[in-house]
Structures are given as structure tokens and as C-alpha cells.
Design a protein. Structure first.
Length: 527
């Protein structure tokens, strides 16, 4: 038996209906992990989603109102100080704790933000706003699966809230669940068709999936609703550029600058486009303007360095490219340009350092690409029931990319279906160490521990999985088996009843309940 009647395979570039594998009766739809379109989706795009705070003007204390006003004005650190002062007098004020959590997230103190929000939610567990803010903080911490669980709770508590629904779609996409994300974003549009942010979020998803025509429709809808949004014009320009339409991209960048003449992103995008077509003088003007507004733009420093190289100004080019590699340490193009520039300036030892760093990064990327290919091939083999061959592919993937959580996860699955329990447990634990909030890795680790007759460890692991994905009926059934193994039939019954509520038509849960009713005489619980 393999816990679920199915296994969850995850691959970055494969999407198919899975087939039965080694006696496993049902396999769910593959979860697809898609790559970012770098120019379209930045890692912080959730920051544009409004967080929920207590609005000023209520009956709250003056300090609370002052803190909210400071946050709205962008004075985040002062807001944090003000909220902390207010909490000294009212330490159990959920609104204050919520607002402090939001302010701390904006100030970059993610641990403090989560601590404040968790205190708030303990005091008011049915407040969708607090759960939504917890989700945003968890996402900023890179704990995407936990963020999805938190936003799912918020959505259940407030199903008609369009912002919560939109956040749910955004976080599902970040977790690699693109199909469900699109469904939720379209629900958000149905709830609030005149909200430009809903159309914008859908446009980002579609662009990320390289569905250019559909993305253009979504962005056009957003711009009709918010024609004066410079950011929307910028993103639409990026979309045009990604589809090869540099003419329309330039038009959108110009529209962005007409609306917001000091918009760093628009100046940088326009400058990069001008560099690409060889208009160096105009490109330099735009890139310097970008850096006036945002001196920490690595892309602007890189492209300005490229402009200066082409113009023969090597010392200044080297200075700009050095700033670029400090801000963008993984940008091999910037490192290669810097190495060439330093070499021409007679600074050979420094050039060699940059070449070595660029070569190492390129090797890492090649290894990752090969590992991705091995994971895809291994997934296909596992679907066909060729577990030994799949194991070899996943082992190679782990060797090429030892910090790849997905490679370890799939390797663990291949070992588990072959009943190589100790090795499977080691791989699942490696996957969890790299991605602690993966409920599937936790689930299958629990399964492997159950198969090793270690119910206490299995129960602990499965409880962690359920905290991340409370609606997983299979995990509840497996936890019931663990609880029965720990001689706790009451807890086992509760979990089985919960599993049956989640999946009323699953005969396995009823059989297990009947077996439990007979005191496990002449039967055993299945998982």
C-alpha cells in the first residue's frame, strides 16, 4: 500500500494525466511548476496587493489612528514605533496587533510581522483580514505553501471578498498551481469586474504561461478601468516586448512616462529598448534618469555600463558594471561585460575573478537545466511504472542539483514505491529541509514512517502536513492509521470521520471506520 491511492508528481515543464503506477490505482493531475518570465513578474509583485489594516477614523485610540496615517504616508518605521506604544496600553487589541504585523512586513521585519499577526489571529480566529495578512507575510518569507493555507482560510471565512480571492489566486500561482490560480482569479473578476487589479493579476498569470494573446486581453481590460496607471502601461510594454513587438512596447513605455515622468522602471525599460536598437545617446539619458529615481536598480547600472562600453568610456563603464554585479550577483551578462571591460583597462586579475564567477554561475544553471530534464524524464518513467529507471534519473538530478527540493521529493517517491523506506525517508527529509512548507513531502514522509511501523513519528509529520493542507482527506486517513497504531482509537475515529466528510464517496474511509468499530479484530486500517 502507498498511503494515498495516488501519488503526486511535480515537474516544472510537464503537464499530463498520470497513469496508474506500480499498483497505485489513481494518479491526480500533475502539478506544474512554471518558470518566471523575468521581465513580467518580479519576485515582489504581491507587495502591490493591498494588505488589510484598521482604517483611521474609528473608535480606536488616537495612537492607533496615528500609526495607520503614518503607514499610509509611507513613514513605516514611525508607524511601527507608534503601534508598539499603543500596544503597551492594550496588548490584546487585535486591530493593533494586525496593523503592527502589516507595518513590520512593510519594514522588512518578517519574523516580527508573523509573530504579531499570529498573536492577533489567536485572539480573533475568524477574521479573514488577519489570515490574509499572515499569508502575505509567509509569502514574503518564501513559505508559499503555508501562505496558500492561510489565504485558503481567509477565503473560507470571507468567500465574497475580492481582495482575498485575488490574493488566493496570486499565491496559488506562486505555489505552482496555475490552473487553480486562474480559476480563483476569474472568480475575483466575477466578484468585482470593475477592479483593475483583478484583471492585472490575471494578465500576469497568462503572461507567465506565455499565453500572450489572452494576457493582452486581460491587460487591456485593466487599462480601460485604470487608464492612468503608469505601472499597467509598463507591464503591458513588457508583455509586448516578450512577444517580440518592440514598437508597441516603446509606445507603452512612453505612455508610462507621460503619466509618471520620474518612474524609474519606465526609464529603465525605455533605456534598455533604446540600447537594443543602438540609440546610445538616448539610452544613456533614459538610464541615468532611471538611476536618479532608483539608484539601487541593478538592471539600469548594467545597461548603462553596456552603453558606456559601446561609447568607449571604459572606466565609467567598469564602475557601473561593478555596481550592477553587486546588486545582481547572479547576472552573468553583467559579469562577462565587466570582465571584458576590466581586461581592456589592464586589470586582468580582477577580470579573471569575474570570469570565474560567471562561469560558475553558468555551470550551476546548466546543472539545474539538466536536473530539470532528469526530473521530467523520471516523472514520465514513474508514470509508466518503471520505478527503477525513474530512480536513476532522480538520483542523477539530485547529484547535479543537490539543493533542489523537487529533485529530492521525486527521488523519494521513486524509492517509496519500491519500498526502499530508509532511503525514501532520507530524500523526503532533504526535500523538507530545503522547502519546509511542502505538504506533499511531509505527507509521503509520514507514509514512509507508517510503513516502517513508526506511528508516533508518522503522526507528528502528518499533523504538520495537515496544518499546511487541512483539506487533505488522504492525510487525515493516514493520521488515523498512525493514531490507531498509538492506541488512540478516539483520535483515529475523529480523523476518519473528517476524511469521510471531505470525501464522502471514498469507500476506504468507511471500511476503516468499520474496522475501528470492530476493535481492529480480524482487520487492519488501510492507507
Amino acid at each position: 500500500m502507498l498511503c494515498r491511492s495516488s501519488i503526486i508528481l511535480k515537474a516544472r515543464a510537464l503537464k499530463t494525466q498520470l497513469l496508474p503506477c506500480l499498483g497505485i490505482a489513481r494518479l491526480p493531475e500533475l502539478i506544474m511548476y512554471v518558470a518566471h518570465i523575468a521581465v513580467l513578474v518580479c519576485s515582489a509583485w504581491l507587495l502591490s496587493v493591498p494588505a488589510f489594516t484598521q482604517a483611521p477614523g474609528t473608535a480606536s485610540a488616537a495612537l492607533k489612528d496615528k500609526g495607520v496615517q503614518l503607514m499610509e504616508q509611507g513613514s513605516i518605521q514611525e508607524a511601527v514605533t507608534t503601534f508598539r506604544q499603543a500596544l503597551k496600553a492594550a496588548p490584546r487589541d487585535t486591530e493593533l496587533l494586525n496593523d503592527l504585523g502589516v507595518a513590520l512586513r512593510k519594514d522588512g521585519d518578517l519574523t516580527g510581522s508573523l509573530e504579531a499577526l499570529e498573536k492577533a489571529v489567536k485572539l480573533r480566529q475568524d477574521d479573514a483580514r488577519i489570515h490574509s495578512n499572515i499569508a502575505l507575510t509567509l509569502s514574503a518569507m518564501g513559505r508559499v505553501n503555508q501562505a496558500v493555507a492561510a489565504i485558503e482560510t481567509a477565503s473560507r471565512l470571507s468567500p465574497a471578498d475580492t481582495v482575498v480571492r485575488r490574493n488566493l489566486g496570486i499565491l496559488l500561482l506562486e505555489a505552482g498551481r496555475a490552473e487553480r490560480a486562474e480559476i480563483e482569479l476569474r472568480k475575483a473578476i466575477d466578484l468585482a469586474p470593475s477592479d483593475a487589479e483583478n484583471h492585472r493579476a490575471l494578465g500576469r498569470l497568462l503572461a507567465r504561461q506565455k499565453r500572450g494573446a489572452d494576457a493582452l486581453v486581460a491587460y487591456s481590460s485593466a487599462l480601460r478601468l485604470a487608464p492612468h496607471s503608469a505601472d499597467l502601461h509598463l507591464e503591458l510594454g513588457h508583455l509586448y516586448l516578450a512577444t517580440g513587438d518592440s514598437g508597441h512596447a516603446a509606445q507603452e513605455y512612453r505612455a508610462c512616462l507621460e503619466l509618471h515622468p520620474r518612474h524609474s522602471g519606465c526609464h529603465q525599460a525605455q533605456g534598455s529598448l533604446l540600447l537594443a536598437v543602438g540609440d546610445l545617446a538616448a539610452a544613456e539619458i533614459e538610464l541615468r534618469r532611471a538611476l536618479e529615481s532608483r539608484p539601487d536598480s541593478g538592471e539600469a547600472h548594467r545597461d548603462l555600463g553596456a552603453v558606456l562600453r559601446k561609447k568607449g568610456n571604459l572606466p565609467e563603464a567598469a564602475a557601473e558594471l561593478q555596481k550592477a554585479v553587486r546588486l545582481l550577483p547572479d547576472d552573468t551578462a553583467a559579469r562577462y561585460m565587466l570582465a571584458q571591460t576590466l581586461e581592456k583597462n589592464g586589470r586582468t586579475p580582477e577580470a579573471n575573478v569575474q570570469l570565474q564567477a560567471a562561469d560558475q554561475e553558468n555551470q550551476r544553471r546548466r546543472n539545474l537545466a539538466l536536473a530539470n530534464s532528469d526530473v521530467i524524464l523520471g516523472t514520465e518513467l514513474l508514470q509508466k511504472g518503471e520505478a527503477t529507471a525513474a530512480e536513476a534519473k532522480f538520483r542523477e538530478a539530485v547529484s547535479l542539483s543537490p539543493h533542489d527540493a523537487l529533485a529530492h521529493y521525486h527521488y523519494g517517491l521513486a524509492l517509496l514505491v519500491q519500498n526502499k523506506l530508509d532511503d525514501a525517508i532520507a530524500q523526503f527529509r532533504s526535500a523538507i529541509e530545503l522547502r519546509p512548507d511542502d505538504p506533499d513531502a511531509l505527507y509521503y514522509l509520514g507514509c514512509a514512517l507508517l510503513k516502517k511501523h513508526e506511528p508516533a513519528q508518522a503522526a507528528n509529520t502528518l499533523q504538520q502536513a495537515l496544518r499546511l493542507n487541512p483539506g487533505d482527506a488522504h492525510a487525515r486517513n493516514a493520521l488515523a492509521v498512525a493514531m490507531a497504531g498509538m492506541k488512540d482509537p478516539a483520535a483515529a475515529r475523529t480523523q476518519l470521520q473528517n476524511a469521510r466528510t471531505l470525501e464522502p464517496g471514498n469507500a476506504l474511509y468507511q471500511r476503516n471506520l468499520s474496522c475501528l468499530d470492530r476493535g481492529l479484530r480480524d482487520c487492519e486500517l488501510e492507507f
